[in-house]
Write a protein that binds this ligand. Structure first.
Ligand code: PHE
Length: 335
């Protein structure tokens, strides 16, 4: 009878697959009202001669069941742990999760580089509108009425006296009108010209610079621009100033650097000259000071302006400006 009980227990134990059911089974046999417990209690109703034999049997069964339950419990715990470890394991051979990264557009990258260099030299950053009055874009900058830049061929006209700014120079005028000298700022931004080929797009970027104070000279201009160009293109880059003309600066200069592709030997990019034109500059024309109400006897200043697309093309040896605006990810990823 006790042997039957053991067998029944073993069959039940066999079918159990989790700790909760195992606990129920333990209660069923060993609990206060469990099968074994009540067997032990029933011993007292047996004739005294049968008690020792029967009692031994029941206690044996009790020990057996306890051992079986403990062993099974350990096995179940072990299995559970194994399962957990497997589920939580890290397969280091799996390919990593791909996180797409954005990055700076090459034009913005160059623009911020330029801004950074001038900010470190004490220039603040000024902004002006892209849709601009003829007055700021031309008139106050001393462009005569019949200047070719005012032709429809080069300038996008919005109306008779409103244009898309053709350069960042109008910000010189707006910036000076806003404050009294000394002034020292740069003005980065988009400009527009009716032009399109491998070196021109209808929209491009410039950075303007202006410094006005008592006693500002052309050598200050040379010093600032040389410092800038050496930081931008390397400390050994040759720099040269050539006489030029802009209505709003006098004297005016165009600034070249030694060709960074052929180191001055002459190549296709520098058209054999060994030099690359990088920016326009000059001393602020007193006619411009008249427009903003600065005393031309007391103050002098210099201004400069550069094209960011051109600088970027030279820096990275890019031969077609349109690449910047086609948004081909294979191109943009390289910067
Ligand atoms: N605004 C001129 C241009 O677009 C550049 C320039 C700026 C020249 C400031 C002199 C001084 O070509």
């Amino acid at each position: 009878m006790i042997d039957d009980l053991k067998q029944t227990f073993l069959d039940e134990l066999e079918s159990i697959g989790n700790p909760a059911d195992l606990f129920q089974l333990r209660v069923k046999y060993l609990g206060k009202k469990g099968i074994i417990t009540s067997q032990l209690k029933s011993l007292s109703s047996l004739p005294s001669g049968e008690r020792p034999f029967f009692g031994k049997k029941v206690n044996e069964a009790k020990d057996f069941i306890e051992d079986q339950l403990d062993a099974k419990e350990a096995r179940l715990k072990n299995e559970e742990l194994k399962k957990q470890l497997l589920a939580e394991s890290i397969d280091i051979t799996l390919p990593g999760k791909y996180t797409p990264f954005g990055r700076e557009h090459p034009i913005n990258k160059t623009l911020l580089e330029v801004v950074d260099i001038f900010v470190k030299m004490g220039f603040s950053v000024e902004e002006g509108p892209e849709v601009e009055l003829d007055y700021y874009n031309f008139e106050a900058l001393n462009f005569p009425k019949d200047h070719p830049a005012r032709d429809m061929q080069d300038t996008f006209f919005v109306s008779d006296d409103v244009v898309l700014r053709t350069h960042t120079s109008p910000v010189q005028v707006r910036g000076m009108k806003k404050r009294k000298p000394p002034v020292r700022f740069i003005a980065p931004g988009k400009v527009y010209r009716c032009d399109a080929d491998i070196t021109h797009t209808p929209m491009f970027h410039q950075v303007e610079g202006l410094m006005v104070d008592k006693g500002v000279t052309f050598s200050n201009l040379k010093g600032i621009l040389e410092t800038f160009l050496h930081q931008m293109f390397g400390p050994n880059t040759p720099v040269r100033f050539r006489p030029s003309f802009f209505p709003f600066t006098e004297p005016s200069a165009e600034v070249d650097i030694g060709c960074i592709l052929c180191s001055g030997a002459g190549c296709r990019v520098c058209k054999g000259s060994g030099w690359l034109e990088i920016l326009g500059a000059g001393m602020v024309n007193p006619a411009v000071f008249e427009h903003v109400g600065y005393d031309t006897e007391e103050y002098s200043g210099f201004a400069f302006g550069m094209g960011i697309e051109r600088i970027t093309m030279l820096k990275y040896a890019i031969d077609d400006i349109r690449l910047f605006f086609e948004n081909d990810i294979r191109f943009l990823r390289q910067f």
